[in-house]
Design a protein around this ligand. Sequence first.
Ligand SMILES: O=C(O)[C@@H](CO)OP(=O)(O)O
Length: 328
Amino acid sequence: MFHFIGLLSPGLMASTFLYQPTARYSYGIDVPASSRNFGSFSLRFLSPRFPTNATRSVLHPSSLSNSHSLSSESESSLILIRHGESLWNEKNLFTGCCDVPLTKRGVEEAIEAGKRISYIPVDMIFTSALIRAQMTAMLAMTQHRQKKVPIIIHNESEQATTWTRVYSGKTMQQSIPVITAWQLNERMYGELQGLNKEETAERYGKEKVYEWRRSYDIPPPKGESLEMCSQRAVAYFKEFIEPQLKSGKHVMLAAHGNSLRSIIMYLEKLTSQEVTDLELSTGIPLLYIYKEGKFMSRGSPVGPSEADVYAYTQNLAVYRQQLEEMPH
Ligand SMILES: O=C(O)[C@@H](CO)OP(=O)(O)O
C-alpha cells in the first residue's frame, strides 16, 4: 500500500480499487488532534497506485471532474462563493462567527449559484466551519451536471476518521471531499455580533460604523479587523488550497463576505484602499483560473444565463462539452 501525500482525487483512485474487495477507501486527510488550531494536514490516500493516462482514457462520465480528464495543459479552476442570504443578513444583524442558517431566499440563491457553475469542474470543496457556507456549497452542488456527491471530511478525532471511512472505491469515485476550516470563517465581529447594523450606526455614528465594517486595519470592539481576518484566511488559502490548485485540482471555496474579500485581495493583489470598495453579493460565484502560478479572474454572473457569465478557457469548454455529451 502506498500513501500519496498531497493528492486528492478519488476519481482517479477508484478504478484501481474496484477489484480489491478488501481495500479501505479514505480521503485520509490527517488533521492534528488539536484541530481547532490545526496548522497542517496532509491529504493521504490509501491507494495501491495512481492511475496512468492510459487508465484514465476510458472515461466514465462520473470521473469527468478530475482535472486529468482535461487537456494536458495545466490549469485549474477556483470558484469562490459567498454564502446565500442568512437569517441575520435578512434581519440586518452583524453576524461574524455566529452560526446561523440560510433563509429560503438564501437557499434559492445557492441553487441559482449552482446552476451558474454546473459546467465548471469541481474536485474538492473547501468551506468555512459555519453552516451558511456549508449549506451554500451543498445546495450549489445539487445542480452540478457531474452529479458527484459532496461528502464532509471528519478528521476532528481518530474515531471520527475511522467512523466516516468509505469502503467502496466506486462510491469514492462518485464523491467530492468537502473540507471545513474555521480559518475561512467570517471575520469575528466582536461586540457587534447580534446587533442591528442600522441601530448601531444611529448609536455610534455612520462613519464610525463604516470604519468598523470597511476599513482594513481598524477592528470593531473586541473583534477582528479585515487585516486580522486576512492573516488567518489567506494563510490557510496559501497553505492548503493553493497546493491543490497547483497540483491540478479544481476547487470550490464557499465562505463569507470578509474572508473572501481578503482572499480576493491576495488573488488580485489589491491594495488595502482597493479592498475597502470591494463588496460581494450573497450567492454569487466568481471564477478564477490558476495557471503558471497566476490567478486570472474569468468573471462572475451578470447575465441570467450561465453562458453569459464566464469567459471559458479552452479546457473548460472541452469539459463542458464532455458533460453535455453525458447521458442524462
Ligand atoms: O455581519 C457580518 O458578518 C458581515 C457580513 O454579512 O457584515 P459586513 O457587511 O459588515 O461585513
